[in-house]
Design a protein around this ligand. Sequence first.
Ligand SMILES: Nc1ncnc2c1ncn2[C@@H]1O[C@H](COP(=O)(O)OP(=O)(O)O)[C@@H](O)[C@H]1O
Ligand SMILES: [Mg+2]
Length: 266
Amino acid sequence: MGTAENLLEVRGLKKSYARGGGVFAEGGGVRFAAVDGVSFDLARGETLAIVGESGCGKTTLARMVLRLIEADAGEMRFAGEDLRAAGGEKLRALRRRMQMVFQDPFASLNPRMRIGEIVGEPLAIHEARLASGERRERVAAMLGRVGLEADAMRRYAHEFSGGQRQRIGIARALILRPQLVVADEPVSALDVSVGAQVLLLLQELQSELGLTYLFISHSLPVVAQIATRVAVMRAGRFVEVGAAEQVLARPEHAYTKELVAAVPAG
Ligand SMILES: Nc1ncnc2c1ncn2[C@@H]1O[C@H](COP(=O)(O)OP(=O)(O)O)[C@@H](O)[C@H]1O
Ligand SMILES: [Mg+2]
């Protein structure tokens, strides 16, 4: 660990839960590993896609990386810093450098807040001394960058389509200029063509802003559009990791071959 070009380094990450999640499982209940010893490096500027079927542990992994849930075991380094050991002000500082784009743009935007407040909220929290006029300008510029009109600021989430809402979610994630963006199934709730446009936007923003992506999806065609590297996840483990072209075109692991064969041709 500790290579300068790696933004994120993860070793042996584990998280187990009580099977069934029941209250009686605590103490003596059967536990299972939702994430069972995952290791990977994420180089600056790349897009590592984690692909796997529903329930294989993708979201649990994403949430551990962002310290939204605590791992049971393993190591994580972000820009060389011990991410698991960080607390207090240190963690707060690290957190603003990594942001999440959620699967469900409908559920992740507060229906009672105007879009300007939603996108500006991270600035209000982390750059509280920013003058309100300047905050508005930063929000307006970011909304413009994701393809929304300036009057979106005054409107509410329900007034927008699914694709537009995901653009709002992206604007909110990027307003603090993070280095790492963890996108958990960001286009799964969208129609294919709308999702493809959002993927294109994510790619443009990546090269403009020098972003590094950890991109989670259950869809191989989506992964093929955006990933530079692919990790195939099954039952809490990575079964195959490699360059996207290699993993998708010449899979080595039997499970990856099954996934690739299951994608309808065309
Ligand atoms: N808080 C939790 N309590 C108990 N079980 C959980 C919890 N979160 C996730 N799980 C279980 O862990 C496994 C992996 O879930 P998840 O990470 O959401 O998978 P994915 O995102 O790949 O669909 C699933 O079996 C899920 O039911
Ligand atoms: Mg998930």
